[in-house]
Ligand binder design. Structure first.
Ligand code: PPS
Length: 297
């Protein structure tokens, strides 16, 4: 990478109502919070790297009865805009994309529960939340931050674990994020999914999403969607693998967006001491909730 590109990576995080985000996300937040969805819009909310793209693809296919050609009409963030994302080279902002689309729309966000525009709750929009166990989520984020040149450089692994535990990564604390939606899931009718459950039994989780969306598809169609949304198929799908985002935004020579797609990859990264310290800290932060995370299958 040239020196110029290294310099462009200077993208400090700034506070936004209790979390840290990049400057452009913070500057855009007033407009985002004023966004008024249609009651028919669907929100897919996640902490970054929890399986957002996977669930987006599943939802798009469910909504189009497994029609893979229709679901190749455009890359993921054009089909299902990223609410708080600002305009980048060759890529309009999430809000601009949404303005040009007719409801019902499928919208992605990484905002924690307390920062989701109130209109989603006032209009009783459906919301799917996907959570992934902290250690795998952290590993995935570590690689993503190596290749996402719009995020601060992740630095060495050991220090990155500390940043994750202290909520110093873009979109703030993983712990607060997963707890925020968990605590509201019943009151707000949020479908709360786990990445690990989807890996274990994608068909079962797809059926849950289908019922939540009031759809009824045949077993054959569901089987086709299971195949179309396997890690391997999505990795090879140019409309789902983010290959269209290149430098100076993503440098996929450092790590690919569709990296490994596994449960338990954390075991290849954490030393036993790091895992013990992480688990002890995690237990304290999660002690008042009982979210059934699994770190291996
Ligand atoms: S982002 O940038 O926050 O929207 O990223 P997100 O899509 O949430 O997470 C990316 C991780 O999800 C993995 N992924 C999948 N896993 C299993 N099956 C399928 N189909 C799939 N699609 C994406 C992707 O590989 C990232 O995880 P890691 O562990 O880094 O491979």
């Amino acid at each position: 990478m040239s020196k110029n590109q290294e310099l462009k990576r200077h993208c400090p995080l700034v506070p936004l109502k209790g979390i840290l985000v990049t400057e452009n996300i913070a500057n855009n937040y007033n407009d985002v919070s004023a966004f008024c969805p249609d009651p028919s819009d669907l929100l897919i909310a996640t902490y970054p790297k929890a399986g957002t793209t996977w669930v987006q693809e599943i939802v798009d296919l469910l909504l189009h009865s497994g029609d893979s050609e229709t679901c190749k009409r455009a890359p993921t963030p054009i089909r299902m805009p990223f609410l708080e994302n600002t305009a980048r080279i060759g890529m309009p902002s999430g809000l601009d994309l949404l303005k040009a689309m007719e409801p019902p729309r499928v919208i992605k966000t990484h905002l924690p529960f307390h920062l989701v525009p109130k209109g989603f709750w006032e209009n009783k929009c459906k919301v799917i939340y996907v959570a992934r166990n902290a250690k795998d989520n952290l590993v995935s984020y570590f690689y993503f931050d190596q290749m996402n040149l719009t995020h601060p450089d992740p630095g060495p692994w050991e220090g990155y674990i500390q940043k994750f535990m202290q909520g110093q990564l873009p979109w703030g604390s993983w712990y607060d994020h997963v707890k925020g939606y968990w605590q509201e899931r019943e009151r707000r009718n949020i479908l709360y999914l786990f990445y690990e459950d989807m890996k274990e039994n994608p068909r079962r989780e797809m059926a849950r999403i289908m019922r939540y969306l009031d759809l009824s598809l045949s077993d054959d169609v569901i089987s086709r969607i299971v195949e179309l949304t396997s890690f391997k198929t999505m990795k090879d799908n140019p409309m789902a693998n983010y290959n269209f985002i290149t430098k100076p935004i993503f440098d996929q020579s450092r790590s690919t967006f569709m990296r490994k797609g596994e449960v338990g990859d954390w075991m290849n990264h954490f030393t036993p001491e790091q895992a013990a310290e992480f688990d002890e800290d995690s237990e304290k932060k999660m002690k008042h909730v009982n979210i059934p995370f699994r770190t291996q299958l």
